[in-house]
Write a protein that binds this ligand. Structure first.
Ligand code: FAD
Ligand code: NDP
Length: 399
């Protein structure tokens, strides 16, 4: 059993949806393009986990179908249902999976009230569990993006929330202690408790297989009606290990998003691509890079000659409660904070080897965010950090 297509997109997430949009924008004939996804719904905007579906018509969509092996030399994919799908060009958009507690030597992921959040099925389940626990205790494991965003939603839905994570402050990979302390104070005022510098060691369970308490390494324990786990992700590269070159845990691609086999492209969370601005290969786990890398790969597939190298400025953002921040560039080097950390608008610049390389802003206007984005891309030389601090946001606005 088999089918053949010119273009196959493997994965049905954000990058897959944007690749499909770009194909149809540029024009593909009926039956030329196929998307294969394990999920039972067509690609949707993951950040909102809303039903903002991304798929235009005229594309062969193979849903609810797991691809179990790939043969890069033969240009074929084998599905769990036994179908062989062949391609001329493959776009790998398999994204990532949430890391499980078991991978840290712990147990309990299967408990009825332990939730992860990666796809629509997870989101539906999390909402069901949350609604059965209103007024109860939620323990959030992990102080990254999922932890921060879920803790805010749980509080809004009237649960008592405690966050537990090993680092000294939240969002340790991006926030400085000063930035983190602003958000933590805000969360504390909303009723969230933080337990830092320790990790969970085990769950107490009832006879229904539900968690009743979370035991911590420091010897303490927390009563729990539900648990949300957000302890990072791993890119879904397994199908291509040994067949394509890997780097930074992802599939290594060039500036056209082309993998070590020239018929294969990788986009989104799974791709490790050259970030020209920093002169190094990075794997980013954010929606803007998923969207843009997907469009770039399609442009390269359809017109390699005329497609310049991907020149991407990393962009991350989040919205929680009434807060909203954006970050552009790289958080490397020395940090200069600016603005009013007791008010609504503040930020930071990162200066590495004499150049401004990263900018963070909370509570900015559209114009202000555009200004920090623009200035970061320019990588201006900074001679006087004190002066930069004094000028603050004014520096970006004046450039
Ligand atoms: P995904 O969207 O994960 O899609 C991967 C797809 O591949 C899935 O459909 C999966 O089922 C499929 N797949 C994988 N392996 C196989 C296989 N073998 N066979 C068949 N199908 C397969 N980023 C931001 O910048 N801002 C945000 O506010 C933000 N919010 C987020 C909120 C949540 C809850 C989550 C989970 C992520 C959020 N992100 C955010 C991150 C962002 O969503 C990801 O960077 C983005 O989804 C990556 O897109 P992707 O297409 O590479 O992977
Ligand atoms: P993150 O990598 O953001 O954070 C994971 C956090 O969990 C880290 O602080 C990590 O610490 C910590 N951790 C690791 N192991 C343990 C443990 N055993 N116990 C407690 N804490 C632990 O991943 P998330 O899971 O929060 O997010 C998943 C993905 O979704 C990411 O790719 C993220 O980019 C994406 N996402 C993005 C959003 C956005 O951009 N607004 C919103 C939601 C999700 P350490 O650093 O020490 O490993």
């Amino acid at each position: 059993m088999g089918r053949a297509f010119v273009y196959v997109i493997l994965g049905g997430g954000v990058a897959a949806g944007y690749a499909a949009l770009e194909f149809t924008r540029r024009g593909v004939s009926h039956g030329e393009l196929c998307i294969i996804s394990e999920e039972s719904v067509v690609p949707y905007e993951r950040p909102a986990l809303s039903k903002g579906f991304l798929l235009p018509e005229g594309i062969e969509v193979v849903l609810g179908t797991w691809v179990k092996s790939a043969d890069v030399k033969r240009k074929t994919l084998l599905t769990a249902t036994g179908e062989t799908i062949s391609y001329k060009f493959l776009i790998i958009a398999t994204g990532a999976r949430a890391l499980k507690l078991e991978e840290f030597g712990l147990n309990g992921s299967d408990a009825g009230n332990v939730c992860y959040l990666r796809d629509l099925a997870d989101a539906t389940r999390l909402v069901d569990v949350m609604q059965s626990c209103i007024g109860g205790n939620a323990v959030v494991i992990g102080g990254g993006y999922i932890g921060m965003e879920c803790a805010a939603s749980l509080v809004i839905n009237k649960l008592n929330v405690t966050m537990v994570f090993p680092e000294a402050h939240t969002m340790a990979r991006l926030f400085t202690p000063k930035i983190a302390s602003y958000y933590e104070d805000y969360y504390i005022a909303k009723g969230v408790k933080f337990i830092k510098g320790t990790v969970m060691s085990s769950f107490d369970m009832d006879s229904d297989g539900k968690v009743t308490a979370v035991n911590l390494k420091d010897g303490s324990w927390l009563p729990a009606d539900m648990v949300v786990v957000g302890i990072g992700i791993r890119p879904n590269t397994a199908l291509f290990e040994g067949q394509l070159t890997m780097e930074k845990g992802g599939i290594k691609v060039n500036g056209q998003m082309q993998a070590s086999d020239s018929s294969v492209y990788a986009v989104g969370d799974v791709a490790a691509f050259p970030v020209k601005l920093f002169g190094e290969t990075r794997r980013l786990e954010h929606v803007d890079s998923a969207r843009k890398s997907a469009r770039h790969a399609v442009a390269a597939i359809m017109d390699l000659e005329k497609t310049n190298e991907f020149d991407y400025l990393p962009f991350f953002y989040s919205r929680v409660f009434t807060l909203s921040w954006q970050f552009y560039g790289d958080n490397a080097g020395e940090v200069v904070h600016f603005g009013d950390f007791s008010g609504n608008t503040f930020g930071a610049y990162w200066v590495n080897r004499g150049n401004l390389v990263g900018s963070f802003l909370e509570g900015g206007s559209k114009e202000q965010y555009e200004a920090i984005s623009k200035v970061t891309r320019l990588r201006p030389a900074i001679e006087d950090l004190g002066e930069l601090e004094k000028l603050g946001l004014g520096y970006a606005l004046a450039e």
